[in-house]
Design a protein. Structure first.
Length: 591
């Protein structure tokens, strides 16, 4: 291995890196360091070492992470202490010279997750996730013709920096649009391993343009890409954290080529322009395994395309990550651990219902219970869970799938959506025969889901005897923790949220920074309304009362409405009043 370059402490702040403390632990075994830092028990280290000796090929740190005894960041920091290397919390790509990056192929940087970040004299600081990867360090030193000073960083931090810095260096999206302004080349197919590796290719401008749309959408955390055809142009918008942002405008003459390219990638019929079509694209984009669900519909100015992006490599959220209040979290967990009954999750499309159900299934999943799901479509794979996707073309509906599940000896069944009386009645029969059924339904609030089942034609006595809980939810954007700023709310704002004016109350508003793509928001979390079906609610259902009556009773028993749960998030500094009122402004204010 090449001799490491000398560290320059004055350079460390430029790359957000710090020299490790605990010099007395340098050079000691990793397990000892983790124990000395009180991050793990000695017994856990012993169990991990036993697993390693038993033939486990993973390193000690990886085994402890798999055992959920430590986090990836804790292991990385311990490695930095062991090897006396700096640790970088984040990487500022503005500090990375383009000339330094151009010497390193993106395929090399991505395969080893290593990136040169700053040069001082004849030494280059390089951030990498695995400081023991001496082969990658040697190869990078040859590429740069310089000595290296390694800096330890988290894998996701390096991956994001690689994607952003190489995108900046190439300016692919702008280049593709410029080509489209003057070029009407015919389409040609590609067979790329990863779309982000195609920066320097000789592909047609249309191919570059569509690839750039997908890649930029993934890197900006977009959930959907909208390609909309108008009289004189084609507008592309991305939905990020639930809000649409205009991305780019392409010339009208490129419209048919763009649509055809998307159709080719998703396996659709490019000759059929009169009927709606649905397809799917599976690609690796920016280092992530991505599923793209494609929908086309004919409009007066051409076909409109919407691409829903599903990150198959993303980590499923747990119940703790969804934004529940402690009370709702405990109540919901009690409901999903019941042996039988029906639990409904309600809300409009895109309100996170499926994510909540996945988190619930992950919480109760264990080798001793049989969990089956019927979905449209299967969005994420759950380890140890049997998942079936409905297919209307072969008459595999929610109802028929649910009926077949009852012959598979299930303990827990998840139904993607209860849309009709037949599905509702089968779900009820399943709960009556000792199964726990989780399902979604489209209603505005929790009480409305109860009356929706009755409106579908289900007898009230069946609903009252099987329904155990209803969770209504919406998604609000989280304020970016890096740039949010406090302010004193006005009396009008307090009144809109149903709060009485009081001193020393602080709200926060969005500002915008590079971390949140200048939006002021980063990520989303839920606000919830949880109806626990007790004996009184069952009596009201039997009386076939309206949803308002059920809700009023539930509020007297402590149920927090969607609006009030949103107010809780505002007071905690998690979101803004505007966000809460945007998704729950029709809710009745209960002070």
């Amino acid at each position: 291995m090449q001799a490491p370059g000398e560290l320059n402490p004055e350079t460390l702040p430029q790359v957000n890196a710090t020299l490790p403390a605990h010099e007395e632990l340098a050079g000691r075994p990793l397990g000892e360091i983790l124990v000395a830092l009180n991050l793990v028990e000695a017994e856990d280290v012993g169990a991990a070492l036993d697993a390693q000796r038993a033939g486990e090929e993973d390193r000690l740190g990886e085994i402890l992470v798999e055992m959920k005894r430590v986090t990836i960041e804790q292991v990385a920091r311990a490695l930095a202490i062991q090897l006396e290397m700096p640790f970088a919390d984040k990487i500022d790509i503005d500090q990375i010279p383009d000339g330094l990056v151009q010497k390193v192929p993106i395929s090399f940087a991505k395969s080893h997750n290593i990136l040169p970040v700053v040069q001082v004299g004849d030494s280059v600081m390089a951030a990498l996730e695995d400081p023991l990867n001496t082969e990658a360090l040697d190869d990078l030193a040859l590429l740069l013709g310089a000595r290296l000073s390694p800096v330890v960083a988290l894998p996701n931090v390096i991956t994001e920096a690689i994607n952003r810095v190489y995108d900046r260096a190439t300016g692919l999206a702008h280049e593709a649009v410029q080509h489209l302004q003057n070029d009407e080349e015919e389409l040609e197919d590609i067979d790329a391993i990863d779309l982000i590796d195609e920066h320097g290719g000789d592909d047609a401008p249309i191919i570059k343009f569509v690839n750039a749309l997908l890649r930029d959408a993934v890197k900006s955390r977009a959930s959907d890409i909208h390609i909309e055809c108008f009289e004189r142009s084609v507008v592309v918008r991305n939905r990020i954290d639930g809000i649409l942002y205009k991305k780019v405008e392409a010339p009208k003459h490129a419209q048919s080529s763009i649509i055809a390219r998307v159709k080719i990638m998703s396996g659709l019929n490019i000759a059929e322009k009169r009927l709606p079509q649905d397809g799917r694209i599976r690609r690796k984009i920016a280092g992530k395994d991505i599923d793209v669900r494609v929908s086309t519909v004919p409009t007066s100015h051409g076909e409109r395309v919407v691409m829903r992006i599903l990150d198959r490599s993303s980590i499923l959220l747990s119940l703790d990550d969804l934004g529940f209040s402690p009370e709702n979290r405990n109540t919901f967990e009690n409901l999903i651990t019941r042996p039988h009954g029906i639990i409904l999750v309600s809300g409009p499309t895109g309100s996170g219902k499926t994510t909540t159900l996945y988190a619930a299934l992950a919480r109760i999943n264990s080798p001793d219970i049989n969990i089956l799901t019927c979905e449209d479509p299967v969005e994420y794979q759950l380890q140890g869970v049997g998942q079936m996707q409905v297919n209307a073309k072969i008459d595999l509906t929610f109802a028929s799938g649910l009926r077949a599940f009852l012959r598979q000896d299930p303990d827990v069944i998840m139904v993607g959506e209860i849309r009709d009386r037949e599905t509702a009645e089968i779900a009820i029969q399943a709960s009556l025969t000792g199964h726990l059924v989780l399902a979604t339904v489209h209603t505005n609030d929790a009480a409305g889901a109860v009356t929706r089942l009755v409106d579908m034609g289900v007898e009230p006595f069946l609903v009252s005897s099987t329904l155990i809980g209803v969770l209504a939810q919406r998604l609000v954007r989280n304020l970016c923790p890096e740039c949010k700023q406090p302010y004193e709310p006005t009396a009008e704002q307090m009144r809109e949220l149903g709060l009485k004016p009081q001193p020393d109350v602080r709200f926060y508003h969005e500002v915008g920074c590079p971390v949140c793509l200048e939006t002021g928001y980063k990520g989303r979390s839920g606000i919830y309304e949880l109806l626990n079906v007790d004996d009184e609610v069952r009596r009201l259902i039997l009386q076939n009362v309206d949803a308002g009556t059920i809700k009023k009773y539930a509020v007297t028993q402590g149920m927090r409405s969607l609006l009030l749960d949103g107010v809780r998030k505002v007071l905690l500094g998690g979101t803004t009043p505007e966000e809460v009122l945007r998704v729950a402004k029709d809710e009745e204010v209960v002070v």
